[in-house]
Design a protein around this ligand. Structure first.
Ligand code: SAM
Length: 236
C-alpha cells in the first residue's frame, strides 16, 4: 500500500490516527475512492465543507473540534428531543461504513452507565467492532426485526429512510432521521425532485403515524453546511 500523502505536514496524534485508520481500512474502498482518499484525506482536514465520507471518519477518530462535528450536534439533538434517550434501546439505520454516531452513543452510554443499548446497521459497514455497541452488516428492510428497539435514528440513511419511517409508524417506535438529498426510490415512489421526496415522506408519516405520537420537523443548523430536515416521531 502506498504511503498517505501529507500536504499539510500534519504531525502528532491526528496524523497517527489517520495513518492507522488508512492502513486498517484503506483496502475496503474502491480504487477511485482510494485515489481521492489518499490525496484528499489530509487536505480536507482544513476545509469547512467536508463530504460525509471524510466527516464520519474524522468524527469517528475524534480529530475534529466538537463545533464542526455534526454527529455530536445530532447526538445532542437526540438527547434533548427523546426523553431519557441514552436509556433507550436504539437502532441506527444506515449508520455508514464508519459509524461515528453509533460510536459516540456507545461512549456516552458507557460513561453514564446507562441501561440503554445501541445497534448500528448498514450493508456497507467496514468497521466490525465498537466497544459498547452492536454492529450488523446487512440491509435494513421491511422484514428486519425491530421489536427490541425503542427508537430508530439515522443520519442521511438514503434508501433506509422510507423503510424506517413506515416501520416506526406501524410498530410504534420513536424516530429521528436527518433526511439527505439523495433521490432514492422506496419502490412505491420515485421522483427527481427533493421537495417532492420530502412531501412524500411527510404524507407517509401523517398517514401512518399512531395518534399517541407527535410528529415534528427540525433542521440541521446552517453552520454544518447540511441543511437536512430532521423528521422526529415522539410519544405524546
Ligand atoms: C449517505 S450514507 C450516510 C452514512 C452515515 N449515516 C454517515 O452519516 O456517515 C448512507 C448509508 O446508508 C446505507 N444504507 C442505505 N440503505 C440501506 C439499507 N436499506 N440498509 C442498510 N444500510 C443502508 C448505505 O450503505 C450508506 O452507508
Amino acid at each position: 500500500m502506498r504511503k498517505l500523502c501529507n500536504p499539510y505536514n500534519l504531525s502528532g496524534k491526528k496524523l497517527e490516527l489517520i495513518t492507522k485508520f488508512w492502513k486498517e481500512y484503506g483496502r475496503y474502498y474502491d480504487a477511485d475512492v482510494r485515489y481521492n482518499f489518499r490525496h484528499h484525506l489530509l487536505s480536507a482536514f482544513r476545509e469547512d465543507d467536508l463530504p460525509l465520507l471524510y466527516l464520519s471518519i474524522y468524527s469517528y477518530l475524534e480529530i475534529i473540534p466538537n463545533r464542526k462535528d455534526v454527529y455530536k450536534w445530532f447526538l445532542n439533538y437526540l438527547k434533548n428531543t427523546h426523553k431519557d434517550f441514552l436509556e433507550h434501546d436504539i437502532l441506527e439505520v444506515g449508520c455508514g461504513s464508519v459509524p461515528a454516531l453509533t460510536k459516540h452513543i456507545a461512549t456516552n452510554m458507557l460513561e453514564l452507565g446507562s441501561k440503554g443499548t445501541i445497534k448500528g446497521i448498514d450493508e456497507n459497514l467496514i468497521v466490525s467492532e465498537i466497544f459498547g455497541a452492536e454492529l450488523q452488516k446487512e440491509s435494513f428492510a421491511y422484514n428486519t426485526d425491530i421489536s427490541s428497539a425503542d427508537t430508530i435514528i439515522g443520519y442521511a440513511p438514503c434508501e433506509a429512510t422510507p423503510i424506517a419511517l413506515r416501520k416506526a409508524c406501524r410498530e410504534k417506535k420513536e424516530l429521528s432521521i436527518a433526511v439527505c438529498e439523495c433521490l432514492h426510490s422506496d419502490g412505491s415512489f420515485f421522483t427527481t425532485n427533493y421537495d417532492k421526496l420530502l412531501n412524500h415522506y411527510y404524507r407517509l408519516v401523517k398517514r401512518e403515524m399512531s395518534s399517541d405520537f407527535i410528529f415534528d420537523i427540525n433542521q440541521v443548523p446552517k453552520e454544518y453546511n447540511m441543511e437536512f430536515p430532521i423528521l422526529t416521531l415522539k410519544r405524546k
